[in-house]
Design a protein around this ligand. Sequence first.
Ligand SMILES: Cc1cc2nc3c(=O)[nH]c(=O)nc-3n(C[C@H](O)[C@H](O)[C@H](O)COP(=O)(O)O)c2cc1C
Length: 196
Amino acid sequence: MSEERAAEIFRALIMRRESRRALAARPVECEKLRAMLEAARWAPSYGNMQPWRFVLVQEPAALDAMRPAFTPGNAWAKQAPVLVVGTANPQDAKIVAGKEYYLFDLGLAVQNLLLQAVACGLVAHPMGGWDEQTVKQALGVPDEVRVVVVIALGYPGRLEELDEETRRKEQQPRTRKALAEIAFADRWGRPWDAGA
Ligand SMILES: Cc1cc2nc3c(=O)[nH]c(=O)nc-3n(C[C@H](O)[C@H](O)[C@H](O)COP(=O)(O)O)c2cc1C
């Protein structure tokens, strides 16, 4: 494959990833879950410490135990056939100049996982809106381990099955800050210009 073609495919994958809320009940194949976890496993981490640990929640009893954890705004996630819970022990990662790299490392692994999910035709929606103690109790996560993200995973579902408010959110256009706002040339605040 040419470099141009590979870049094009990668860009399409990035653009296809969306935090969608409509999820089908259809189960996710084990092979796809494995591909996602493999993608996460090969993420970089500070000192190759690999502080990430994931709990895949699929059994009805475990899903039931997780559901009370969600904030009202994330009630849609209760329909997900799989929840991927991203955790890390802060002591398993580097702390450099006060920066706790466990969050960064886990974030890199999660992004790999999300992109692999998209490549597998799945929706993977990361969330921070849930109660950590409830999640910990539901899954038996040790005290010293932090639960950082819960990812609602499944095949794309039908928009009509969402409540009105959630459907409205789902239909809002996705936006991003302009490149000039986030990328600087040689000096903080001087917008980087591709044409310069
Ligand atoms: C750490 C993190 C926490 C998030 N928490 C929630 C959440 O609790 N509920 C939700 O609906 N979306 C949540 N999101 C999704 C973001 O709202 C979404 O990524 C952002 O609006 C950009 O949209 P996009 O992912 O479709 O590009 C979260 C995303 C991240 C990375």
